[in-house]
Design a binder for this molecule. Structure first.
Ligand code: U2F
Length: 561
């Protein structure tokens, strides 16, 4: 039985010491202790004493190991990325506060000693049982584990969770398919269940959304902050000078209305990219950065970094976030930063989560090449007052709730469930909506006992041609749920939808199940690992499994707790 913890001092010991990255993470954890403790209390109340199993958990942070180059630690104080450190600190805190047994490793030596006997002469890797129920790691760590676990890696890989900032789509994860169809990258092809990859934002529901937290304000703090805002103060997002290049015109417009601040790292001299009229504070320690955001009215994205934590922190501290629309969208097909990442997701602005999950009045996404649109936006923002806002899923309680649900319910080691592709769907499982494009799982969860999310939250839709399931579900205020695909992967499902299939084929294709209009042909999915919410083609109308979700917690369905 797991018991909530509110004292994090033992966790700070477990995190080790020495590296700047670890120092940054520990400071963060220490600072957030009171928020975690309060969140634990609230979640405990919400769960009403329900039994929670205690798991033995190994956290192996691969990118911080010397063996993988550890390029991040030396840049912590020099404007390098901190988003990953923010997330790992919060994952550790969540696991610890939930009461699980925890080990943390940031070197191969530590990893090896925690995994038991290494493979090699005189040892039998198959016989070495893995002493952990769950292992949280990253792509670097996966390589390390494969190397040290030898043959037992295959057996135990279902216990691994991969923290993967930008996500891995199923087409890139399936080795054979990726190789045959041009989805091969430096990272993918591990043949894991795509839900084992856990992302920083809810990018594609094919992966699990792990997230991180931002500090939450109480009502008194919110009022204080609202009263203390300097109405003409803007802070530019980004710690590196390079992001200011080519922004002269933008800055001269902004400078007419606001006092511009930056937190750009510099060594001895002011970076030449940052104009003299900007007040540059240099890279600030995290608490001081928060204080700056509390005074500012506007936080401005210059297009990079993509999808980081800072805009959420700014919005949580009562700033408006202004960012540019990307047209055409950035992706691994056209942008250096995303090239080689195992996803084809198109990014329509610097922070798509802020744009679509938060939006106005907190987030303004405008075309920066259109000076009039930009100037009008700035003028309106200066005049409007916004309240601090933090989506529930980015509060400590929201993160604890989500990680708790994953740990108690996600199961990737069991044999595949009853509804394998090609299996006949149970009789009359659907209710048809009048327009025959929407079907609903009508029976109770006993059809798939123990399934999580419970099968009764399934709502199926036949998407328009060219539409991905991710978007088709969102169009209906729902979220795509890949674990429901097997329920739809049958001739019966098409029949119930009154789709006029002239023929039915079963093939490996990440867009299936789908209906191809030209030949009136229906296609079923042959390979369960390829069920994918992401992906579209104008040739197909995809059959999409959607589900509801809890307000402010998109990872969990209404009955998922
Ligand atoms: C993202 O990484 P970044 O580190 O560039 O993300 P940011 O949004 O800038 O924020 C990371 C943290 O840096 C803190 C701030 C955030 O929590 O409080 N900070 C600070 O301590 N001092 C300052 O002066 C300014 C900010 C993303 F998270 C990564 O996953 C990506 O790899 C990277 C590139 O897209 O962007």
């Amino acid at each position: 039985q797991a018991v909530f913890r509110s004292n994090l001092s033992h966790l700070l010991e477990l995190m080790g010491s020495g590296k700047e990255s670890l120092i940054f993470m520990k400071k963060r954890t220490k600072r957030l202790t009171a928020q975690w403790a309060l969140a634990a209390q609230r979640l405990a109340q919400k769960l009403g004493g329900a039994r929670r199993d205690q798991k033995q958990v190994l956290v192996h942070i691969g990118f911080l190991t010397e063996e993988s180059g550890d390029v991040f630690s030396p840049r912590v104080l020099k404007g390098g990325p901190l988003g990953e450190m923010v997330q790992w600190a919060d994952i550790l805190a969540a696991l610890y506060v939930l009461g699980h047994g925890l080990r943390v490793t940031v070197s191969l030596k530590e990893l090896q000693s925690n995994l038991g006997a290494p493979p090699g002469r005189g040892s039998c890797p198959l016989a070495t049982p893995l002493p952990f129920d769950l292992v949280y790691t990253d792509y670097h760590g996966l390589q390390h584990m494969k190397r040290y676990m030898g043959l037992s890696f295959r057996k135990y890989r279902c216990r691994i969770r991969v923290i993967d900032t930008f996500g891995t789509e199923p087409a890139y994860n399936h080795e054979e398919y990726a190789t045959l169809h041009g989805y091969r990258t430096n990272w993918g092809y591990w043949n894991l269940n795509p839900k084992q990859f856990m992302t920083m934002f809810p990018h594609t529901p094919d992966n699990s959304f792990m997230g991180f937290v931002s500090e939450e304000l109480n009502e008194t703090e919110k009022q204080l902050i609202k009263g203390g805002k300097a109405s003409n103060m803007a802070v530019v997002y980004g710690k590196e000078a390079s992001i200011w290049k080519g922004k002269e015109k933008f800055l001269s417009i902004l400078n007419k209305y606001m006092e511009i601040h930056g937190t750009v790292y510099y060594e001895s001299q002011r970076p030449p990219e940052v104009p003299a009229f900007v007040k540059n504070h240099g890279l600030l320690p995290q608490p001081e950065f928060q204080q700056l955001l509390r005074k500012a009215k506007l936080f401005i994205g210059f297009g990079f970094p993509y999808e980081g934590p800072a805009p959420l922190e700014a919005i949580a501290n009562g700033c408006v976030f202004l960012q540019s629309r990307f047209s055409p969208p950035h992706s691994s097909l056209n942008h250096e930063f995303f090239r080689g990442k195992p996803t084809s997701r198109e990014v329509f602005s610097q922070h798509p989560y802020a744009e679509s999950f938060i939006g106005k009045p907190h987030v303004w996404t405008v075309d920066y090449n259109n000076s009039e649109e930009l100037e009008a936006a700035i003028k309106t923002i200066v005049r409007t007052q916004v309240d601090p806002y933090l989506p529930y899923e980015y509060t400590c309680e929201g993160m604890l709730e989500r990680v708790h649900a994953y740990i108690q319910h996600q199961e990737f080691c069991a044999a595949p469930g009853p509804a394998r592709p090609g299996a006949r769907a149970p009789e009359s499982p659907f209710i048809l909506a009048p327009n025959a494009t929407h079907l609903k799982w009508a029976r109770n969860a006993s059809l798939a006992p123990g399934a999580w999310p419970p099968a009764h939250s399934l709502r199926a839709w036949l998407a328009a041609a060219g539409r991905a399931c991710t978007d088709a579900c969102l169009d209906h205020g729902l979220i795509c749920e890949p674990s429901f695909f097997p329920f739809l992967n049958s001739q019966d499902a098409f029949q119930t939808l009154q789709v006029p299939c002239d023929g039915t084929e079963s093939e490996m294709n990440h867009l299936y199940p789908a209906f191809a209009q030209p030949g009136q042909e229906c296609f079923l999915q042959k390979e369960p690992l390829l069920f994918s919410c992401a992906g579209s083609s104008s040739k197909y109308r995809r059959l999409c499994p959607c589900r509801d979700f809890r307000k402010g917690q998109v990872a969990l369905c209404q009955d998922c707790l």
